[in-house]
Write a protein that binds this ligand. Structure first.
Ligand code: GNR
Ligand code: NI
Length: 173
């Protein structure tokens, strides 16, 4: 099977990143093809997760692989948080849609999520550590939320200016 074609990733402050995704209506061949292309995009960019929002598809679908060996793909379709630990921890985050920016975000240290897999089967995932952080980060994307929105307005504006300038310069080159 030929490797799927990666998709372009939207970059902050692209307004399309603030679109609220709708549920996937049916887990069909179109969705499985999109999943393949999202994994190709995520692995090419060396990310640990990717939400459909980031490739300008506004449906509730994320792909994740937090493994060192890059061989534990996970697909969450129509994910819903069933439980999130009240205990939170602040950890350094980055985002493929906010290249080169890293900052601390508070997240629940553990979550339980219910989602469909690529066979359309409902499953629950219990996560802690990096996987729990990644799931919460990806589910925010589906709600149109980028991690920089947790930072102070001053920091967010500086990040916005920096990325807009970088995008203008990339355009000219
Ligand atoms: O690749 C990614 N790394 C990462 C590191 C810390 C917290 C969250 C993430 S997710 C990010 C990929 C991405 O942007 N997914 O939306
Ligand atoms: Ni992200």
């Amino acid at each position: 099977m030929p490797a799927a074609q990666p998709l372009p990733i939207l970059c902050f402050p692209d307004p399309r990143l603030h679109t609220v995704a709708r549920p996937v209506a049916a887990v069909d061949e179109r969705i499985r093809l999109l999943v393949d292309r999202m994994f190709a995009t995520m692995y090419e960019a060396n990310g640990i997760g990717l939400a459909a929002t980031q490739v300008d598809v506004h449906e509730r679908l994320v792909v994740i692989d937090v493994s060192e060996e890059r061989n534990q793909p996970m697909v969450l379709i129509n994910p819903e948080i069933e439980w999130a630990s009240p205990e939170k921890r602040k950890g350094e985050e980055g985002c493929l849609s906010v290249p080169g920016i890293y900052d601390g975000v508070e997240r629940s240290i553990a979550v339980r999520v219910r989602a469909l897999d690529t066979a359309g089967q409902s499953r629950t995932v219990e996560a802690e550590g990096m996987l729990a952080v990644c799931i919460q980060h990806e589910m925010d994307h589906l709600l149109g939320k980028v991690f920089v929105e947790y930072l102070s307005p001053l920091k967010r504006d500086r990040i916005k200016s920096k990325l807009l300038k970088a995008q203008r310069e990339a355009q000219r080159a």
